[in-house]
Write a protein that binds this ligand. Structure first.
Ligand code: UDP
Length: 274
């Protein structure tokens, strides 16, 4: 069992990419249903307002830290564990936040790695190709999952992508999607409906999926793989500024980015000062 840490209302597993892949494979080969969530700061803020979403996130089999903000929050929690004055807490808040940019090693001592849904998906695909596990791709725009299937088949020879479906997260579509998935015999299901729709979809439907053993909501990962959207360069990801790249690519995300970079750290501080 991995060590846990609670950030705002959501439990995280202190786990690296290598451990996450190992866990995912165990889940996919198990006899029970499992799901993995990849919460980021925005998702934590959404969970504050939505008790059902909070419950779904906390009942998952694994929660991995999809965002540098989560690594920061786990470090901030650690350094303010002992009783201390408000001014001191505020000082630690400021210095730990600046460390994201100027001394990133400092914030990587609690949750040590950012494990994004997009990266985890690729690693699972690679491992699944070796182990003969079957994969179903659900969600994203029309034709995207099909394109991702072709790309993955070239990248990971032997991979078994047994089905794709764009569809919609609307409950009225669920019967059709679960039926289609069950007919393919897939053990792993990637759901690209964006948060919170994908996690809520998984929570409502996982038990109806007769062969799927592992489901993961992976947000815009299909779009990145299909080349519809570009991932930030590695150096920007490293300094925790993937949000800057997203802002330039999709200016309409400004509110979401504000939530992740400003509202989230302020909320974490306020909770601590309460
Ligand atoms: N999406 C979908 N159906 C919907 C809403 C969203 O298939 O009704 C897809 C959308 O095409 C995109 C993904 O869900 O591929 C969500 O992307 P987003 O940018 O929200 O995810 P992030 O990477 O930010 O979590």
């Amino acid at each position: 069992m991995s060590e846990k840490v609670r950030i705002l209302k959501v439990r995280f597993d202190k786990i690296t990419m290598t451990e996450a892949i190992k866990k995912a494979l165990e889940f996919a080969k198990d006899t029970k249903h499992h799901y993995i969530c990849t919460p980021n700061p925005e998702i934590l803020l959404a969970a504050e307002e939505n008790p059902k979403y909070e419950e779904v996130l906390n009942k998952s089999d694994l929660n991995i830290a999809d965002g540098i903000g989560i690594l920061w929050a786990s470090k901030f929690k650690k350094i303010t564990e002992q009783n201390q004055g408000r001014l001191k807490i505020f000082g630690k808040w400021l210095t730990s936040l600046s460390a994201i940019l100027f001394y990133p090693k400092y914030i990587r001592t609690e949750i040590t790695e950012r494990v994004t849904g997009a990266d985890l998906m690729q690693n699972i695909c690679k491992a699944a190709a070796n182990e003969g596990l079957k994969i179903f791709l659900l969600g994203a725009g029309e034709g995207i999952a099909e394109k991702v299937k072709t790309i993955l088949e070239t990248k990971y020879p032997g991979i078994k992508i047994v089905g794709t479906h764009a569809g919609s997260p609307r409950p009225s579509m669920e019967a059709e999607i679960t039926k289609k998935t069950n007919e393919t015999d897939a053990q792993i299901l990637f759901v690209a409906y964006g948060a919170p729709a994908q996690e809520l979809w998984i929570a409502r439907n996982l038990k109806k999926l007769t062969t799927v053993r592992l489901a993961i909501g992976i947000g815009g990962a299909f779009d990145y793989l299909a080349g519809v959207r570009k991932r930030a360069p590695k150096w920007l990801q490293k300094i925790g500024a993937e949000w800057l790249h997203r802002l330039i690519q999709q200016p309409s995300r400004i509110k979401r980015i504000f939530n992740a970079t400003v509202k989230f750290p302020v909320k974490v501080l306020k909770k601590k000062l309460k």
